[in-house]
Design a protein around this ligand. Structure first.
Ligand code: NAD
Length: 256
């Protein structure tokens, strides 16, 4: 009989209080992992833990701002103290608001988005490099805006391009410790985040398969790719950035 891929494994998910992070936390728990659900929104993280517990899974919530070095450390400390070590780190938390074109971009906005998305994830990557057990894997949520420009969100695109560069550069340092790091680059995922830029949130992947949603993805579809990269099934992949775009880039203009 085959074992669930994350049996006896411990996973950390940042931004686990909603969207892609919640979907990944739930899937990791179903696949056998003990999960630390971290989010700046504690009620959101606690709700994810409730959903996991309702299906017999094990998880714990922590309020953490990934922009803080101390909070990043606290997430990894909790995983070690509660569950004995860390095998999978899904560094997924991020923000897009306020967004708008370059001419309207305030320096404070630029600084905050870089502080959270890029510097904050960098702090988590350093924790993962130092603390993942051999065989472990780190996955960073970048974006399609990490590989192509995003005129409506230049600071966001800079932060996500930075994450792709970070992952490509960090892989050998992870490999030295017998661990891996990869990035996922989702296109348009219908979560709360896309809700804030005028699109609806959708939870049912079957609904997203509707042609009306060409180019759009569900949080669950992104979580599946993250789980593959976090698991030993992807053991040969290190330092890569995987686009997940539902054919968005195959058409130009993208969503005409
Ligand atoms: P979401 O808004 O549902 O989830 C983001 C989560 O991150 C929220 O729970 C939020 O509270 C948390 N968060 C924000 N700032 C934080 C901080 N400083 N510290 C800790 N937690 C924080 O949106 P989502 O779509 O699930 O986003 C998850 C990731 O996917 C983000 O990194 C986002 O940039 C990326 N992404 C999203 C899309 C999309 O279309 N939705 C596309 C590409 C990439």
């Amino acid at each position: 009989m085959s074992r669930a891929p994350f049996n006896d494994k411990v996973a950390i998910v940042t931004g686990g209080g909603s969207g892609i992070g919640r979907a990944a936390s739930q899937r990791l728990a179903v696949e056998g992992a003990q999960v630390v659900v971290a989010d700046i929104d504690l009620p959101g993280a606690e709700r994810t833990v409730e959903l996991i517990a309702a299906r017999g899974g094990q998880a714990v919530a922590i309020r953490a701002d990934i922009a803080s070095e101390q909070d990043n450390q606290a997430i990894f400390d909790l995983a070690e103290e509660r569950f004995g070590g860390i095998d999978a780190a899904f560094l997924n938390a991020g923000m897009i608001q306020p967004y708008g074109p370059l001419e309207a971009l305030a320096l404070e906005t630029f600084d905050r988005i870089i502080a959270v998305n890029l510097r904050g994830t960098y702090l988590g990557v350093q924790q993962a490099r130092a603390r993942l057990r051999p065989g472990g894997s780190c996955v960073v949520t970048a974006s399609l805006s990490g590989v192509i420009g995003f005129a409506e969100g230049p600071a966001y695109a800079v932060s996500k391009h930075g994450l792709v560069g970070l992952v490509r550069s960090a892989a050998s340092a992870f490999a030295e410790r017998g661990t891996r790091i990869n990035a996922i680059c989702p296109g348009m995922v219908l979560t709360g985040m896309t809700g804030t830029v005028g699109l609806e949130a959708i939870d049912d992947p079957d609904e997203v398969a509707d042609p009306a949603y060409r180019g759009a993805l569900s949080a669950q579809q992104i979580a599946e790719v993250a789980l593959f990269l976090l698991s030993r099934r992807s053991a040969g992949i290190n330092g890569q950035a995987q686009n997940i775009d539902a054919a968005l880039l195959s058409a130009f203009p993208p969503l005409a």
